[in-house]
Design a protein around this ligand. Structure first.
Ligand SMILES: Nc1ncnc2c1ncn2[C@@H]1O[C@H](COP(=O)(O)OP(=O)(O)OP(=O)(O)O)[C@@H](O)[C@H]1O
Ligand SMILES: [Mg+2]
Length: 220
């Protein structure tokens, strides 16, 4: 079984008379335990693809199945429920709710599915090297710490699929290594990961690299 299956995805944006073809017929599958790096120039469609895969954005054409269940053309509420059960996402834009501490942010993500588990939330924070930051507010974190807090939120419900947009964006070499080893460990345990990135170190850590250009996946 594929964790994720996308068929012929199209997504168009309109600005006045101009049309941006952000996705132009993308086909993609992700298996259990697979770590895939999604690369390509700025504007090639990586973030758009992740948003369509997670049902955050609705593609204009094509279909997405997660764990064999269709994510496309479903009511918003049902998509939210499926997303909470199947996906952990780290978006390029900020994931954190500003008026909640880091720990409370993780508990909020957990509470979509079940009673929050504070000790599990603490454990996740330790795992990404933020054990000392649980009571901090998002505004008090550095860029790299915020990226790791976003990752912790993506991990809150131990999802089978992780979609991460630039998880190593603003971190130093040691933190980058720490994040990549956490991600590789998750893959070994069966999680499927898609990581949009410009960072060659991420591609090196991944088993497979997919390259996008102008809304299409380039043949390898
Ligand atoms: N909400 C939107 N409205 C209009 N255009 C959009 C929107 N979202 C994305 N686009 C356009 O779609 C194209 C693909 O954008 P996308 O964010 O997917 O690129 P990306 O590969 O993630 O780039 P980067 O590496 O800079 O993050 C770009 O031309 C972008 O301007
Ligand atoms: Mg992007």
């Amino acid at each position: 079984m594929h964790l994720l299956e996308a068929e012929e995805l199209y997504r168009f944006f309109h600005k006045g008379e101009e049309e941006v073809k952000a996705l132009r017929g993308v086909n993609f599958t992700l298996g259990a335990g697979e770590m895939v790096a999604l690369m390509g120039p700025s504007g090639s469609g990586k973030s758009t693809l992740l948003a369509c895969l997670a049902g955050i954005d609705e593609p204009d054409g094509g279909s997405v199945k997660a764990m064999t269940v269709s994510m496309t053309r479903k009511p918003e509420l049902e998509k939210t429920r499926l997303r909470a059960a199947y996906f952990g996402t780290l978006l390029q834009k900020n994931n954190l709710v500003g008026h909640l501490t880091i720990l409370e942010n993780i508990c909020l993500a957990q509470s979509i599915l079940r009673q929050p588990d504070v000790s599990r939330a603490q454990e996740i924070l330790k795992r990404v090297g933020l054990g000392q930051r649980s009571e901090s507010w998002p505004a008090e974190l550095s860029g790299g710490e915020r990226a790791r807090a976003g990752l912790a939120i993506a991990l809150a419900n131990s999802p089978p699929i992780l979609l991460l947009d630039e998880p190593t964006g603003e971190v130093d070499a040691a933190t980058e290594e720490n994040i990549l080893s956490v991600l590789q460990e998750l893959a070994r345990q069966g999680t499927g990961l898609v990581i949009a990135t410009h960072n060659p170190a991420v591609a090196k850590a991944a088993q497979r690299t997919i390259r996008m250009r102008d809304g299409k996946i380039l043949d390898v």
